[in-house]
Design a binder for this molecule. Structure first.
Ligand SMILES: *Cc1c(COP(=O)(O)O)cnc(C)c1O
Length: 572
């Protein structure tokens, strides 16, 4: 059935979307977090909108990892094993790429994302576990963000160079190549080779490389507002592993003098470049002066990130909402009690899950704060605990807190942070109930963003490029209580869609971040605004829930985002 679809699919020129990770469904563990979930949401919205798209990623047969936490919060990682055959079809096509002087065969698994609108976006999962490949090459596509720099470069060769060859081999005509972050930037090198001018046609040897032609075909989205977050490879490693696909002097000109910087490469060879929120666009422009960088603010896939009870509510009052999230503008039609009851249903489902997985009993009538994201220092998961005495004077009987998040296996500080939260949990016992759910994934995420009362986010400014979990919360009538960074700068209307923490976003240098100032604001608002409103002004509270849906979910969804990509990037 898929093969037939492939023939159907190659009829029309396509936008090819490349991402190192794609979160397409919970039990396909080829994603680690925000970037992958966004990629999945992008593709789902593309299918809903019947866009002519295909996507390419790596199979990562051993996935990211399963998180185990002991009673003290120490994390251990277990490889995931999953069976691609259960979900996808292995295609007979093979391409080969050269790595360390060997020809490495690459095969592809096809997974079709099909929408109820009958749109279809196929994803090709590249896999080097092919008979005939050397044992070490068979593992190139096994681990997501595992291994050393050499391993990562090999993966990026498979994704970028192998990924272009595979679509070509399958018979696709591609009108735009969209690089979701720099991991796939090597595709530009393959395109340069593909569109090389014959040497006898040019008067200067450099003109063999038709940079303008490749630029015309490429779109680059950057997601990282921190310099260290961009992939860089030393040239001796590059020449050892990749040899010299184009002359080194040309490569250095487009990929960076000192090392091969995958972001530079993407920026230099893309006609359209964007950040993922307005502020992030600004930050990126100052990080990379001289490039024209736009901003397309992220969204989330509306249907995917709405819990069952809200799906039923929207079906009743806003039919058509899933493929037309603009209909949230009419959320005012829904009676207050129904919004509240729908929320309580989601909250009880989450608290059930908490009881089943941790044994902890939480009270559905207590204001519940949710916090879940990668456990890493800049996200400051412990900000709310900066002054425990103060929290203990505000919270008992009025607050409970649910956490989740994995730390990257190599992020020791992140792991320590989880342990710290566990010890605080013990200290607060009997006063403020707190749980840490293990193995945060898309399923746990949906339960959390829909089942808590407020969604907390306290990153160091301006490190949060966009953030998306808060948008998921808004789709379920859950208000954000967050530092003004990323998307929240655009979504926040104080006391209306949610609440801010700390100073306004005009100040963006890291030195402006004062933990104490942010914590102080957090405590003040909890104590004087949020807790009193929750317990004594339920009507106002539900009005705010409506605004979260009618103003935040209305805008911060992937349908809006994809229309922007089409008009600004794909068909310009
Ligand atoms: C949405 C999501 C993320 C990203 O959330 P942020 O708010 O951007 O940190 C990470 N992991 C999972 C499993 C998600 O569903």
């Amino acid at each position: 059935m898929n093969i037939v679809c492939l023939e159907e699919l190659i009829k029309e020129p396509k936008i090819a979307y490349y991402s190192m990770e794609i979160g397409i469904q919970n039990d396909i563990p080829t994603y680690s977090g925000g970037l992958g979930v966004l990629a999945g949401d992008t593709i789902r919205a593309g299918a809903d909108l019947k866009l002519p798209m295909v996507a390419v990623t790596l199979l990562t047969k051993k996935g990211y990892f399963i998180q185990e936490l002991d009673e003290r919060g120490r994390q251990t990682e277990h490889p995931v094993s999953w069976d691609p055959e259960k979900y996808m079809d292995l295609l007979p096509h093979k391409v080969s790429v050269r790595i360390e002087g060997r020809d490495v065969l690459v095969q592809a698994w096809q997974y079709n994302v099909e929408s109820l609108t009958r749109g279809c976006v196929p994803i090709f999962f590249l896999d080097t576990d092919v008979d005939g490949n050397a044992p070490e090459d068979r593992e190139i596509t096994h681990y997501l963000y595992g291994g050393d720099l050499a391993y990562r470069l090999k993966q990026e060769i498979i994704l970028g160079i192998g990924g272009v060859r595979m679509l070509h081999q399958l018979g696709f005509e591609i009108k735009k190549y969209h690089m979701n972050e720099g991991h796939s930037s090597l595709l530009t090198i393959e395109l340069l080779n593909r569109f090389k001018r014959p040497i006898e046609d040019v008067w200067d040897e450099k003109l063999v490389w038709d940079v303008e032609k490749v630029k015309d075909l490429c779109v680059f989205t950057t997601h990282t507002p921190v310099d260290a977050g961009h992939d860089r490879f030393p040239y001796d490693l590059v020449t050892k592993i990749l040899c010299e696909p184009i002359p080194l002097n040309v490569l250095k000109e487009i990929g960076g003098r000192d090392d091969l910087n995958m972001t530079r490469l993407g920026l230099n060879l893309s006609e359209f470049i964007n950040g993922v929120a307005k502020k992030h666009g600004e930050v990126s422009r100052s990080m990379f002066p001289g490039y024209e960088i736009s901003a397309i603010t992220n969204g989330v896939h509306t249907f995917t990130w709405t819990c069952d009870s809200f799906k039923r509510l929207y079906d009743k009052y806003l039919p058509g909402w899933a493929n037309e999230p603009e209909l949230f503008v009419r959320i005012g039609r829904v009676p207050d009690e129904e919004i509240w009851d729908t929320h309580m249903e989601a909250k009880k489902a989450l608290l059930d899950y908490v009881r089943r997985t941790t044994g902890v009993e939480m009270n559905p009538d207590i204001l519940t704060i949710g916090f879940a994201r990668r456990a890493t220092a800049y996200k400051r998961a412990d900000l709310i605990f900066s002054d425990l005495d103060r929290l203990e004077s505000i919270g008992p009987g009025k607050l409970q807190i649910i956490y989740a998040g994995k730390a990257h296996p190599k992020d020791e500080l992140g792991k320590k942070l989880i342990e710290k939260l566990f010890s605080i949990k013990d200290r607060l016992k009997g006063k403020i109930t707190m749980v840490y759910l293990k193995n945060y994934d898309m399923d746990v995420a949906l339960k959390m963003v829909s089942g808590v009362d407020i969604w907390l986010n306290t990153p160091l400014r301006p490190r949060e490029a966009s953030g998306t979990s808060g948008m998921k919360a808004a789709h379920n009538g859950v208000m954000n209580f967050s530092v003004l960074d990323g998307w929240w700068i655009e979504g926040h209307i104080e006391g209306f869609t949610g609440w801010s923490i700390g100073p306004s976003p005009t100040e963006t240098t890291l030195t402006d971040n004062l933990d104490t100032r942010d914590a102080d604001d957090l405590y003040n608002k909890l104590e004087t605004i949020i807790i009193p409103m929750y317990y004594s002004a339920r009507h106002t509270w539900v009005r705010m829930m409506q605004n979260a849906i009618g103003k935040n979910a209305y805008y911060f969804n992937c349908h809006r985002m994809m229309r922007r990509y089409v008009t600004d990037a794909y068909i310009r």
